[in-house]
Structure formats: C-alpha cells, structure tokens
Design a protein around this ligand. Structure first.
Ligand code: PGA
Length: 250
C-alpha cells in the first residue's frame, strides 16, 4: 500500500504562506509515487494549496472540517460542495481538537462522515483516547465507540480509496509525547480488527490506517515501518516544508 503522509496545518498560514509551502512540498515530493500526500489547509487557503498541487498525481488538498448539509442557514459552516469547489479532495472528520475544544458529539461526527462521503469527498476519520481514558483501561472501548458510531450511517460497501482512519492518542497531540512503538502497534491492530467488525475484513485491511501525535522527522522512520501503519498525520512538524519532506521521505 502507498504510504500516506498528511499535513494538518490547523489554524496556521495565510494564503501566500500556504501557497509557498505547498509549492515547496510539491517540488520535493512530486516524483515520490510511493507516497500519497494530503495537505489539510485552513478553509481560506484551500484553493491556493489545490492550485499549487495541481497536476501532481499523488498530492491533494483537504479541508479540516465540513458541515453535514448541502446548503442552508448554518452561519460559519462550510458544505462538501464548497470544499470541492475550492479544490479539496479530502476532509478531516473527528479530529480531537474538534471533539474536545469545539465539543463535537459522536452523533455529529457520524453525520459528517456519512454526508461528506456521500457528497464525493474522501474522509480521514480521526479517533483516539485521552490520557484519562487510557489510564482507566478504556482504550479498546473508546476506539470501538469512535469507529462504530462514526461509520454507522456510511453507505456499504465502503470504497477503500475514499476513507482513511487516523489513530491519534489525544495525549500525544501537540505535546511532544509520541506513543511508543509497542503502543502504536497494539492500538493499530485494535483499530484494524474493529474496522473489520464494522466493514468486513477484506475492506478493513485496505483502509489506510495512519498514526498521528507528535510525529517528527526523527521518529517518523520507525513509526512508518510498524505493523498496520500506512502513514502519518502530522501537525506541528508539517508547517515547514523542509521538515515535512523529511518525514514524507523517511
Ligand atoms: P501534532 O498534531 O503532530 O502537532 O502532534 C497532530 C494532529 O493534530 O493531527
């Protein structure tokens, strides 16, 4: 499976900064056919990123959020059609910052996932436990709840090139505390088997499963070779082209 290296730029970068960084990434990665690259840009810069990546067959732009309706009176929200119109092929759903800072519920995430897929966007679904949940021994139940609820309304059979799952332990996001190899292998094996329960084994084994949480140039080579790790979702270290390219070519 082609490894997927995804950049989550969060609430960073003006349009000019986004275009420049995307162009630098494109120049360095366009010939790496063994890597799929997705840049999840802020809404205001998606079009610039999509333009910068135009014609690069394994690179795509994505949005960081979507509202589950075609259009309507939803002040501040953005529809799948608007994202696609701006040049996004992908969207992030269920990121822990949206679950925990913006208070998104399991049910809302489920509706976003199903609606975005039905409207032709590819979805990278983020799941992961907090430190308190892990310490209470609830890793499996949390991952099961996140996966099963998010995929509940998704039309079957699921096309394996339109869905990816990112396992991101909340305690490792933006903290510099990366999960250890054994923790990642155990959690990814769990995710793969839970995906099998939801979607059937043959589909589950072809869904890209990414690790996210303090991925950096120095830990990416190890993480990327672990069992069931099909790529990485990178926040802080994706803001500079040079560091992101080092991760993507690890
Ligand atoms: P981080 O963020 O790499 O800065 O930990 C990852 C993410 O939020 O997807």
């Amino acid at each position: 499976m082609q490894k997927i290296i995804a950049a989550n730029w969060k609430m960073f970068k003006t349009r000019a900064e986004a275009a420049r960084t995307a162009r630098e990434m494109r120049a360095a990665l366009i010939h790496r056919e063994d890597r799929g690259v997705i840049i999840f840009a802020p809404f205001t810069a998606i079009a610039q990123v999509a333009n910068a990546l135009d014609g690069a067959p394994t690179m795509a732009a994505g949005g960081q959020n979507v509202y589950p309706a075609q259009d309507g009176a939803f002040t501040g929200e953005v529809s799948p059609l608007m994202l696609r119109d701006a040049g996004a092929a992908w969207v992030l759903v269920g990121h822990s910052e949206r679950r925990h800072i913006l208070g998104e519920s399991l049910d809302f995430i489920a509706h976003k996932t199903a609606f975005a897929l039905a409207q032709g966007l590819k979805v990278m679904l983020c799941i992961g436990e907090t430190l308190a949940e892990r310490e209470a021994g609830n890793l499996e139940s949390v991952l099961k709840q996140h996966l099963h609820t998010a995929l509940a309304h998704v039309q079957r059979p699921v096309s394996t090139d339109t869905l990816a799952v990112a396992y991101e332990p909340v305690w490792a996001i933006g903290t510099g505390k990366v999960a250890g190899p054994a923790e990642i292998v155990a959690a990814h094996a769990l995710c793969r088997s839970l995906l099998g329960q939801c979607l059937g084994e043959s589909v589950a084994k072809r869904i890209p499963l990414l690790y996210g949480g303090s991925v950096k140039a120095d830990n990416a080579p190890t993480i990327m070779t672990l069992d069931n790790v099909d790529g990485v979702l990178v926040g802080g270290a994706s803001l500079q082209a040079e560091t992101f390219v080092r991760i993507a070519t690890a």
